[in-house]
Design a protein around this ligand. Structure first.
Ligand SMILES: [Zn+2]
Length: 293
């Protein structure tokens, strides 16, 4: 039984449609970041881009060869018969809606798990970027991608999600990952309208703050409903007050590609700067609000 059918027709369709669409989106976001930046950069762009692209170089092919095929192949292990029968009895439209909601909820809960001590070792490679832009959305350790396979491909298969839905949602997941990391200043009135429903660049900026309780907020990938339900939503942090990164890793010289690749092997550090100080929000600035009413 081939659990990783890399040449399955559904994957070829993903390559044909999602590949070019995501590439076009990336070009558009790069242009918008240049013309309408949201946060001021603290590091030279070339330094971070080179590192982030090199770090993504093993992760992206690994995703195409393992996670995406697993979304098709693991369905061959079959959902428990009761679940499969129940899913098959549902009409098409409600089944699709339920599948997409389930996939987005699993994306939210997986992201919360990535912030647990064991998986933070992998996820901190992503969060330690000292600025956030589109390339941060590519900066994931390949180990994090491999670790996600049982949860993000296995669980949906077990719960009766069809592979076509899983791959279709994956394209949307990748598009939102690019969108929310982009350093793009959307018109504030528009972002205020979007923020209650969808993950936006300002909301995800809060998630990359050096203030600990702000990092542990806004975990959603597409829908904000899960953050709202679990009370992890934060709307009240103006972007100009945010310092991006993880306080224990402030040194750009210690973020070479080789160092980032072996970072998951290093023990975790406390949530503090090397001098022991803990980043805290300035209550006066926070009181300004931004996306909150
Ligand atoms: Zn995170």
């Amino acid at each position: 039984m081939n659990l990783f059918p890399v040449n399955h027709p559904l994957l070829k369709r993903f390559d044909r449609w999602a590949g070019p669409a995501l590439a076009a989106l990336a070009v558009g976001l790069l242009l918008l970041e240049t013309t309408r930046p949201l946060r001021r950069r603290t590091r030279p762009r070339a330094e971070r881009w080179r590192r982030n692209v090199l770090l993504a170089a093993p992760s992206l092919p690994a995703m195409r060869l393992t996670l995406l095929p697993a979304m098709v192949g693991l369905t061959r292990l079959a959902a428990p018969r009761r679940v499969a029968q129940l899913a098959a009895r549902l009409p098409q439209a409600p089944r699709l809606v339920l599948e997409v909601l389930l996939l987005d909820y699993l994306a939210y809960t997986w992201h919360r798990l990535l912030h647990s001590p064991a998986l933070w070792r992998l996820h901190r490679v992503h969060h330690s970027d000292l600025d956030m832009d589109l390339t941060t959305g590519w900066r994931f350790h390949f180990g994090e991608m491999l670790a996600s396979i049982p949860y993000r491909a296995g669980l949906p298969a077990l719960l009766g999600v069809r592979p076509a839905t899983a791959l279709g949602y994956e394209a949307v997941f990748e598009a939102f990952t690019a969108f929310q990391h982009a350093n793009w200043r959307l018109p504030i009135a528009l972002e205020r309208r979007l923020a209650p429903w969808l993950m936006t660049p300002r909301l995800h900026g809060v998630h990359h703050s050096m203030v600990e309780h702000e990092t542990h907020s806004n975990f959603g990938v597409v829908l904000m409903a899960w953050d709202w339900l679990h009370r992890t939503r934060r709307l009240d942090v103006p972007q100009q007050t945010i310092t991006i990164g993880v306080p224990a890793y402030p040194d750009p010289a210690a973020q070479t590609v080789a160092q980032l690749l072996v970072l998951p092997l290093a023990p975790s550090r406390p949530w503090a700067r090397p001098d022991g100080s803990v980043p805290a929000p300035d209550p006066a600035l926070r009181a300004l609000g931004e996306l909150a009413e």
